[in-house]
Write a protein that binds this ligand. Structure first.
Ligand code: HEM
Length: 122
C-alpha cells in the first residue's frame, strides 16, 4: 500500500461520511454540529486528498513507511478530533481532552508532512 493510494481511499470514504452528515444536518434543521462536519470535510477529505496528490507526484516518498505513517496518523487524528468536536457541540464538554489531544497530534503530523515536503524541495 502506498501513501497516495491510502490517502485517496480514506479521503473519498470520509467525503461520503461528511456529505451524509451535511445532508442529515440539513434534513433535521439542526446545524449544531456544523464545526465537526466542516472539520471532517476539510481535514479528512480536502487535506488528505491533497496530501495524496503530493505523494503521488513524489514517487520516492510515496512508497516510504514514514509517508504511510503520516497518512495513517492524519486520518486517525482527524476522525478523533471530529468526534471530540462533535461531542462538545452536542452537549458533552467532557470530550474536550479528546479534541485537544487529537488537535495537537494533527499539528505534530503536519510538522512531519512539512518536513517531508521541505526536505524533498531542497
Ligand atoms: C452533501 C454535501 C454537503 C451538505 C448537504 C452540507 C451541508 C452543510 C450544512 C447544512 C452546513 C451548516 C450551514 C450553517 O448552519 O451555516 C454546512 C456547513 C459547512 N460545510 Fe458542509 N455540506 C456538504 C459538504 C461539504 C463539503 C464537501 C465541505 C468541504 C469540502 C463542507 C464544508 C462545510 C463548512 C466549512 C461549513 C461551515 C460553513 C460556515 O461556518 O459558514 N461541506 N454544510
Amino acid at each position: 500500500m502506498t501513501a497516495s493510494r491510502l490517502s485517496f481511499t480514506l479521503a473519498v470514504l470520509i467525503a461520503i461520511a461528511g456529505m451524509t452528515w451535511g445532508i442529515a444536518m440539513a434534513i433535521s434543521h439542526d446545524h449544531s454540529t456544523l464545526p465537526a462536519h466542516a472539520h471532517l470535510n476539510l481535514l479528512g477529505w480536502v487535506s488528505l486528498f491533497l496530501m495524496g496528490l503530493y505523494y503521488r507526484g513524489h514517487t520516492d516518498l510515496d512508497g516510504s513507511r514514514i509517508a504511510l505513517l503520516q497518512v495513517v496518523v492524519w486520518a486517525a487524528a482527524s476522525v478523533a478530533m471530529v468526534a471530540g468536536v462533535g461531542l462538545i457541540y452536542s452537549g458533552a464538554p467532557q470530550a474536550e481532552p479528546l479534541a485537544a489531544i487529537s488537535s495537537l497530534v494533527l499539528l505534530a503530523d503536519m510538522l512531519l508532512f512539512a518536513w517531508l515536503v521541505i526536505r524533498a524541495a531542497r
